[in-house]
Design a binder for this molecule. Sequence first.
Ligand code: HMG
Ligand code: MG
Length: 317
Amino acid sequence: MSATEQQPSTADSDAVSIYEVSLRDGLQNEKGVIPTEQKLVLFRALADAGLRRIELTSFVSPKWVPQLADAKELLAAVDAGPGMTLSALVPNAKGLERALGTGLHEIAVFLSASETHNKKNVNKTIDKTLHIFEEIVPPALEAGLRVRAYVSTVWGCPYEGPVDPARAIAIGKQLVELGCYQISFGDTIGVGTPSQTRDIVERALDALAPEQVALHLHDTRGTALANIVTALDMGIRQFDASVGGLGGCPYAPGAAGNVATEDLLYMLDGMGMKTGVDLNKLIEAGHVAERVVGRPLPGKVHKAGPFKRRGGVESAD
Ligand code: HMG
Ligand code: MG
């Protein structure tokens, strides 16, 4: 059975798939470069908690993102357990060349729904970026990698303000037609509200199947969980998250971290959803993340701890 076949089925209405981005989205935004050894310590804590989809790093230019320049060394050192899917960002042919043969199960291509953020982030127009993806997605698939895609700035752009959701969904559809199995729609700077999320998800579900839609919500203004509840009600079962709430985008000023994985898990557990992730161990991973970056992180549940529900899955032990 392949790694991806062992993940909770999104057709099962109470199974939710969490895609962990702290090692990539989180560490790319740290001021200093975290040593590879410390990244491994965090990886092991996340894997031990039961997270099975982990975005480890990026094969982007080390001049642009020096924090992730050790991508190859990290991949050579990680020990992916059974059923685990390891992923990394790939922006272009050079990135794909570096990623091949490293043991990755999938790659993630990325672009923005707004021109200015795309230009600041990858130094190209949206059209040119899509053209590059047309050149790299087919060989990646032929090499046996699955390909995920991000569409960023869907809820708003740090440079242009409001973004046309129809444009974002059209880009997502194009990427699915190219062979990407899932589109992670990003609230890159954390400006979204539930009514806006309802509109975006409705449009996404008009164009794509529910399992092709994931949400990647930075929690800058504290609305990520409200937006996730809205999307859960609409049948979305794939969410990106980052332990401790680590993260941001170095080319999106004002972006705080993603929704904290432990906060998301606490909520999902309490709603009776199934993720395969252990809350107590994930809380410990939140503490590990704090030690790795050397400062307190904004996630709430790793500080507050679990709460014992009568007959529930959580324990304060
Ligand atoms: P460029 O400078 O336009 O690239 O950068 P280029 O193709 O003109 O090449 C220039 C030099 O870079 C050449 O080297 C290339 O070989 C090298 P030189 O000849 O000068 O020695 N180069 C590379 N080296 C290693 N790996 C590569 C690579 N590509 C070129 N892959 C590029 C274009 C895309 C590379 C650059 O803009 C870049 O790396 N950007 C980084 C973007 C990034 O990582 N942003 C953060 C992640 S996105 C995000 O956080 C949002 C997300 O979380 C979703 C959300 O929140 O919404 C995903
Ligand atoms: Mg992000």
